[in-house]
Write a protein that binds this ligand. Structure first.
Ligand code: AMP
Ligand code: MG
Length: 455
């Protein structure tokens, strides 16, 4: 390895992580990237190239959050109270008459709270009653509306037969409800516009569309969205021992699995992988393929970055005028990882071991894929869990070891997956997280609360 490359430095994990994040910020600030219009569901996992605004208030009306009765909170100040039920309103209906003192409207979750009402009492704290009264005229009951009825025949509205209507002074049942609890004004009611006002930004440009963002865009009437085009990420595996997946490997050859783990990871984080042919450990052919890879928005190389005689990647990159931001990170697996750029094209040289390739991608390269796609890169997702078995190691490196996180919300436990070193793909496939061992720790004790990085 030449000295210019070495001088770029081997960094501690946190420093290398920040170097990559800083570079991502430059890329995001550079702005302007091509976009395309997509049907909303095609936008899943893509990055918004426009801001989505509320086309009306969210919620558009005062929304009941419980089944129960819409009331005037003041009516209930003196304990258990009997109110007259003057109507019913379901989600999708409206009750247009103002609610007067002494009245309640039966209401369902998601329905618009009638004017005059300022709270909803949950149905659990109420009891329906009816009371026989001498029906003189239609003073109270004429306010009843059954908006869900298609035929607003006055007979149905009043709940009286035509016969009874002919004799309005007859005894009829009045619909009452006993309210057993007082409520504060505003209880179980979300005011119109409480979540967002019409015209307000719901989703900013640069947001990645997951299920919650897709739902919000749908609620705002976006049948299609403008998303950034995916960034192209070239993938170049190096190594004389490698053969394509479809080929039959000789006794000392291995299949090029890294090209696939990387293509899968790039896809998962919103990029478009471009898998290049395998590069041999020979400088001119390697240089030719690197050149090809630099036509993409970013280049990922695997293998050939260690200290061996045939690890030619850094040398070839340097000959192409590469600038190196780091040439190693104090981590395990993945210590020889390099990061730099040729012209404006960023590259990562990832160590060839299959677990190292995945770990270094997730810790570093992943953020760059996101930034090139126009998204603010997500921080590494970590969680705390109880260590199931004691773990011993040497100090000096931050370790990210394939591990399994199990248990529930409050009793998460983690255990390292037994592995044969950073070439052990089976361990990587069994793992659902990486156990983080800080560089100053020789031992993590059984039962200790430790950090894991979620994959
Ligand atoms: P290297 O970083 O080139 O020294 O490779 C380290 C180890 O990873 C060696 O055992 C390689 O055979 C293996 N390896 C390198 N590239 C790949 C690849 N594309 N797919 C699977 N294993 C690889
Ligand atoms: Mg190699």
């Amino acid at each position: 390895m030449n000295t210019a490359v070495q001088s770029a430095g081997v960094l501690a994990f946190e420093d290398a992580y920040e170097v990559v994040r800083e570079h991502c910020q430059h890329i995001l600030k550079a702005g302007d990237r091509p976009s395309e219009e997509l049907l909303l569901m095609q936008g899943l996992g893509r990055v918004l190239a426009e801001s989505v605004k509320a086309d009306r208030d969210f919620p558009p009306f005062r929304r009941a959050t419980r089944d129960g009765f819409a009331v005037r909170a003041d009516d209930l100040a003196s304990g258990v109270t009997l109110l007259r039920v003057v109507g019913q309103v379901r989600a999708g209906d409206s009750y247009d008459l103002p609610l007067a003192s002494g009245e309640a409207v039966e209401i369902m979750t998601g329905a618009a709270v009638p004017v005059g009402a300022d709270a909803v009492v949950m149905v659990e704290y109420t009891e329906r009653k009816s009371q026989e009264i001498n029906h003189k005229g239609h003073e109270g009951t004429q306010r009843r509306q059954e908006p869900e009825q298609t035929n607003p025949d006055p007979v149905d509205v009043l709940g009286l037969s035509k016969d009874e209507q002919a004799h309005p002074e007859e005894v009829v049942a009045e619909d009452l409800v006993e309210i057993q609890r007082s409520v504060a004004s505003g209880e179980n009611v979300v005011p119109a516009g409480a979540e967002a006002r019409a015209g307000q930004e719901l989703l900013p440009r640069g947001v990645r569309l997951g299920p919650a963002q897709i739902a919000l865009a749908a609620a705002a009437g976006k049948a299609s969205v403008k998303a950034y085009r995916k960034s192209k990420v070239a993938i170049l595996s190096t190594g004389d021992e490698l053969v394509d997946v479809a080929e039959k490997p000789g006794p000392s050859q291995i299949r090029n699995s890294n090209s696939y783990s990387l293509a899968a990871l790039v896809t998962e984080y919103g990029g478009e992988p471009v898998q290049l042919p395998i590069a041999p450990d020979e400088e001119s052919k390697l240089t030719e393929l690197i050149h090809e890879g630099l036509k993409a928005d970013m280049l990922l190389l695997s293998g050939g970055v260690s200290m061996g005689k045939f690890d030619l990647v850094e040398q070839a990159l340097k000959a192409l005028g590469a600038k190196f931001f780091f040439t190693g990170v104090l981590i395990q697996p993945g210590k020889p990882v390099v990061f730099g750029e040729v012209g404006a094209v960023p590259f990562f040289g990832l160590p060839g071991n299959p677990v190292s390739v995945m770990v270094t991608f997730e810790l570093f390269a992943r953020q760059m894929v996101e930034a090139l796609g126009g998204a603010e890169p997500e921080r590494v997702k970590s969680a705390k869990a109880k260590l199931r078995k004691e773990f011993k190691t040497k100090t000096g490196l931050t370790r990210f070891l394939p591990a399994r996180l199990e248990g529930g919300l409050d009793d998460a436990e983690v255990e390292v997956v037994p592995w044969q070193g950073s070439g052990d793909m089976l361990a990587a496939a069994k793992a659902n997280c990486y156990l983080v061992v800080p560089p100053d720790r020789e031992k993590l004790a059984k039962g200790e609360i430790v950090t894991v990085v979620i994959r």
